[in-house]
Design a protein around this ligand. Structure first.
Ligand SMILES: Cc1cc2nc3c(=O)[nH]c(=O)nc-3n(C[C@H](O)[C@H](O)[C@H](O)COP(=O)(O)O)c2cc1C
Length: 402
């Protein structure tokens, strides 16, 4: 059995599978279930003394691939379109929950991470100081919440903070100057350059980053001619994974000594592997538990373990960044050269699919048999994806003089 333990931002986790901040960690009962199911750590629901975030109520929809409400049939690539706020508890009440949660976490060799969100710098600082005082070993600053952006408050909140790099840095400096536990920053993906922000968070004292909270979206009900759940809302689901992995791999490539916790898009153990191979040290799953229940943590940990064993990895740490290190830049990819399609006539059924989809008009039909014009073929490999008969093969393209 592989060693699943990882060190993330100076803290050891028995495995990299974490439950992200949200309703799965909203109560002591939920925390207990996640921990007993085997999570390496959990990030508690964010607490906040912001009136805006405390008044927000939860309205959630699971959408299918047509962006209709799923109504009992949840596809693998579902969309979660939802609004919700912070914990309804006051800081004092929430600290009592965290204290209890920490006891359960300690008894199971798991890590309870506190999550802060505040309307001003002193609130962020106070929340993290008081978490440290009760023995919490790591704090996450939620700079990515997709909801308060349009609430017309006088101060910035949620992702508006994450989009303001100077304000983010100021809060991180204030918090890390006041506590000695590691502080990680949960980023929003809705910025032009995540690497730049991660670098700034590191310089300001953050011990790592969580990438990411969710996007904001707009989903339309055409029959009613109005938005689903009345307006803008957080949007995500397993389909956002490639967008998240792009930035995780970029941050890993630019600053691979700076730990990343992955979030936004993981669904199962294989996704955990993809996040880690892109450069994440731990992976936080959240929405999937709303669909599959909290005991699903067990399947994710077991699946990761089985994968590592099957592939002969001795530890989970070995897979961190493997794919990111293999990623070629465009210049290197051009040097690899191109391919051309050919058709395996024994398999081809002349169904017409490649013919209609080849935008380079390279597939030609003669007497009912398909051939590829080598002059026209751009080597894009689209026909390989579309052919239902597995009749497409590739050969290296001749090297062009230019
Ligand atoms: C219902 C719900 C509530 C959430 N609440 C919080 C929160 O309080 N604090 C926070 O930092 N992130 C919160 N998140 C964001 C998740 O922790 C996570 O970053 C996001 O959902 C993307 O990961 P996923 O694709 O695994 O869901 C919430 C997400 C959901 C779906």
């Amino acid at each position: 059995m592989a060693d699943l333990s990882v060190e993330f931002a100076g803290v050891r986790f028995k495995n990299p599978v974490l439950v992200g901040s949200g309703e799965p960690t909203y109560s002591i009962e939920n925390m207990r279930q996640c921990i007993e199911a085997g999570a390496g750590g959990i990030v508690a629901k964010s607490v906040s003394n912001s009136p805006g975030l405390r008044r927000m109520f939860s309205t959630w929809r699971i959408l299918n691939e047509k962006h209709e409400v799923a109504r009992g049939k949840v596809p693998r690539l579902f969309t979660f379109y939802a609004r919700g706020g912070a914990s309804r508890k006051t800081l004092d009440e929430w600290l009592a929950v965290l204290k209890e949660g920490k006891k359960i976490a300690d008894a199971h060799d798991a890590v309870l991470i506190g999550s802060a969100m505040g309307p001003d710098i002193s609130s962020w600082r106070e929340q993290c100081q008081r978490m440290e005082d009760i023995g919490i070993r790591m704090a996450e600053l939620n700079f990515g919440c997709p909801h308060p952006a349009s609430m017309k408050l006088e101060h910035k909140e949620g992702m508006e903070i994450g989009q303001d790099v100077e304000l983010s840095a100021e809060i991180v400096r204030a918090v890390t100057g006041a506590v000695s536990i590691p502080v990680i920053v949960k980023l929003t993906p809705q910025v032009p350059d995540v690497v730049e922000i991660a670098q700034k968070m590191k310089e300001s004292g953050a011990a790592g980053v969580t990438m990411f909270n969710r996007f904001v979206g707009f989903v339309v009900d055409v029959e009613a001619a109005k938005p689903v759940i009345e307006g803008w809302a957080g949007v995500g689901g397993p389909w956002v994974k490639p967008l998240t992995l792009r930035w995780i791999s970029k941050v890993y490539a630019a600053m691979n000594d700076f730990p990343v916790s992955g979030s936004n898009g993981p669904y199962d153990w294989k996704d955990v592997v993809e996040f880690m191979m892109s450069g994440a040290t731990t992976v936080q799953l959240c929405t999937v538990f709303l669909v599959k229940g909290l005991d699903y943590v067990k399947d994710v940990v077991a699946g990761l373990n089985a994968f590592l064993d099957r592939k002969g990895y001795k530890s989970a740490r070995e897979i961190i960044g493997l794919a990111a290190k293999q990623a070629l830049l465009y210049d290197d990819i051009f040097r690899l050269g191109r391919v051309r399609a050919t058709i395996d006539e024994a398999r081809c059924t002349a169904c017409g699919i490649c013919l209609r989809s080849c935008m380079f008009r390279a597939i030609q039909s003669e007497d009912g048999r398909y051939r590829v014009s080598q002059d026209n073929c751009a080597g894009c490999e689209l026909c390989f994806s579309l052919c239902p008969a597995d009749a497409i093969r590739f050969v290296p393209a001749p090297v062009s003089a230019s």
